[in-house]
Design a protein around this ligand. Structure first.
Ligand SMILES: [Zn+2]
Length: 403
């Protein structure tokens, strides 16, 4: 038996007026997922423990079968591992976004945060900006590392341990002065953020972007602190060897820390223009070449949720159905490979809120050897709830999934 997880980041949602009071899962035409759903076990799973924030880090750890209460040491260290940064146990790691803030207000504090991704800036452009940030602020303690698109890292050697930092995607359209880092150690971070605007707003890269009608990446935003993680190996926990396929460093980092192989797919971007076909192909190749388990992460529904792109959120689900699910099902059937497939989001990213919530999410477990039909015909939040199955501790879903 092979095991495939399709993690559709942020897919779950609330009913949306513009969609005729349907959720994107209800509105999307997803014949492939729905035909599997008829033969699947389903329910709701709570991926976020009460005392932790509903981040993709915590929720994806759960979905991969790790108790976040035990294993979560912060988001940025997981990303840093994926970026190949060699962390020491005394390092404090932060996520450093390049974001867009308004230009009209004189005081930095009065500016409004417009986009946590600076229009999903290209990795190439962002690398030039982060190099400049490193030139201005880097020293024997502080080092900035370029990552993918708007997602970068800051490592503070022997840095202080406690901070009050805010994720930029939680404060879109808000005045940033109310959310700048607080406290003694936060002050140093806040100062760098403020000063970065002075040389980033008129940086040649940003002038060029403005000419093309794209948002400027005109300040850095530092958040998501943590220390080097130590996950038990996935093989030791679940007895399976396998791989992880994702465009985002966070998920790759969880995979690498878990001892899974992280497979890079060309053109995997983490948004709706990603190379869905490439991911599906890589998954099948991994399984055919001997992996027992493959965790395929797709970021697009989450990004659309944050960006309040209603049509695109629906479309991203349809694209995954058409280009990922259909392909994997067809290929494995042709190759006579038995498999179980777990499909779920990590957390909801409701369009109306433009941020994550901690609500339990729908899941379905399909087994290619099962011929029995169940009651429901479409994989939706509502139908999953109606099943009455509720997995209180998200990571325990592995005991339902792996037989
Ligand atoms: Zn997520």
């Amino acid at each position: 038996m092979k095991y495939i997880v399709l993690l559709m980041d942020g897919m779950a949602d609330y009913p949306v007026k513009e969609l005729g009071d349907k959720t994107p899962m209800q509105a999307a035409k997803k014949p492939n997922i729905d035909s599997l759903f008829k033969k699947s076990v389903c329910g709701l799973v709570n991926n976020v423990p009460d005392n932790l924030s509903p981040g993709s880090d915590v929720a994806n750890l759960s979905a991969m079968g790790y108790d976040p209460q035990k294993f979560y040491t912060g988001r940025s260290p997981l990303e840093a591992v994926s970026m190949g940064i060699d962390l020491k146990p005394t390092d404090i790691v932060f996520r450093c976004n390049v974001v867009t803030v308004t230009e009209d207000e004189e005081n930095y504090e009065d500016k409004i945060i417009l986009d946590h991704s600076a229009d999903e800036i290209t990795t190439k452009e962002a690398a030039i900006l982060i190099e400049d940030v490193q030139k201005h602020f880097g020293n024997s303690f502080l080092t900035f590392y370029p990552g993918v698109s708007y997602r970068h890292a800051l490592v503070w050697a022997n840095g202080p341990e406690s901070y009050e930092l805010t994720p930029p995607h939680d404060i879109l359209e808000k005045r940033i002065g109310d959310y700048l880092p607080k406290g003694e150690s936060g002050k140093i971070l806040g100062e760098m953020m403020k000063k970065s605007y002075e040389f980033l707003n008129n940086h040649p890269v940003n002038i060029e972007r403005a000419k093309r009608g794209l948002k400027k990446a005109n300040t850095i935003w530092i958040w998501g602190e943590g220390k080097k993680p130590s996950l038990e190996s996935f093989y030791k926990l679940h007895g399976l060897k396998g791989s992880v396929i994702s465009a985002v460093d966070l998920i790759k980092g969880i995979g690498i820390c878990a001892g899974l192989e992280s497979i890079d797919v060309e053109g995997a971007t983490g948004n709706i223009h990603t190379n869905f076909e490439g991911k599906a192909k890589a998954c099948v190749e991994s399984i055919v070449s001997g992996a027992d388990y493959c965790f395929v992460h797709m970021e697009a529904p989450d990004e659309c949720g944050h960006r309040h792109e209603i049509e695109n959120k629906v479309k991203s689900i349809e694209l995954i159905d058409e280009k990922v699910v259909a392909y994997i099902v067809k290929e494995l059937k042709e190759k006579n490979i038995d498999y179980r497939m777990l499909i779920l989001p990590d957390h909801p990213t409701p369009l109306a809120l433009r941020t994550h919530t901690r609500d339990a999410v729908p899941f379905m477990i399909y087994d290619s050897t099962n011929e029995e039909n169940f009651d429901f015909d479409s994989f939706t939040e509502e139908n999953a709830a109606k099943s009455g199955v509720f997995v209180e501790k998200g990571y325990e879903i592995m005991s339902m999934f792996v037989k």
